[in-house]
Design a protein around this ligand. Structure first.
Ligand SMILES: N[C@@H](CCC(=O)N[C@@H](CS)C(=O)NCC(=O)O)C(=O)O
Length: 211
């Protein structure tokens, strides 16, 4: 299987991180092929034929091509992780995990993006800190949903680590990693993040400095 990802932002792209983390949790071998930036691959016809969005990641498994990081995680679990608790089998447990993947895209990513870009991908002299604090306040409100979910659970959907923890964990790394804004105290989220941040795959793939 191969995974097309961004050369410079390989570890920094949250969507690439999710898939690499999932591959590592499933202990699956893969080849990562650089795409984008100086490689100029993701705007080329052969790349666009695989992924018309021109974005990363794109997964190639034999003659099967798939884009959208959450869908790639689901596929990997269904194809190669049937015995893994990462993506539970029962309809209710599976749907409960799925909703966090959807929620990450629909609700969390939009409020995370301005904070991450403002504090990590904008030079300090160009930052509008008043606006970024407002953006961080909005993101804090959204994280409270996860804070409440974790009040009585070890992981996002219960006792088992699932791809819901991967999707949320990759964003939590950013939330806890950005500096220069006031953030609400979220003790359940901190406790959960402290635990998942010790997983070897997180340490290797998600923990390295943000850029
Ligand atoms: N919803 C898509 C988003 C993919 C996406 O936006 N990828 C970004 C990196 S995080 C990208 O390819 N940006 C263009 C580039 O880096 O060249 C997914 O989850 O896979």
């Amino acid at each position: 299987m191969s995974l097309e990802s961004h050369p410079d932002r390989r570890r920094a792209s949250v969507n690439v991180q999710k898939v690499l983390w999932c591959l590592a949790e499933l202990d699956l071998p893969y080849q990562r092929i650089d795409a984008g930036m100086q490689f100029g691959k993701n705007d080329q016809p052969d790349y666009l034929a695989m992924n018309p969005n021109g974005r990363v990641p794109t997964m190639v498994d034999g003659d099967y091509v798939l884009w959208e990081s959450n869908s790639v995680m689901r596929y990997l679990c269904m194809a190669y992780g049937q015995s893994s608790p990462l993506y539970p089998q029962s309809p209710k447990a599976r749907a409960a995990v799925d909703r966090w993947l959807d929620w990450t895209l629909s609700t969390l990513q939009p409020v995370d993006r301005p904070v991450f870009w403002g504090l990590v991908r904008t030079p300090p002299e160009e930052r509008d800190m008043v606006q970024i604090q407002k953006d961080a306040d909005a993101e804090g409100v959204v994280w409270r949903v996860v804070e409440a979910q974790l009040a009585a659970r070890r992981f996002v959907e219960g006792d088992q680590f699932t791809i819901a923890d991967i999707a949320l964990g990759a964003f939590a790394r950013r939330w806890f990693g950005v500096e220069g804004v006031a953030k609400p105290k979220l003790p359940n989220l901190e406790r959960w993040f402290g635990e998942i941040a010790q997983r070897p795959a997180f340490v290797r793939i998600v923990a390295p400095p943000m850029s």
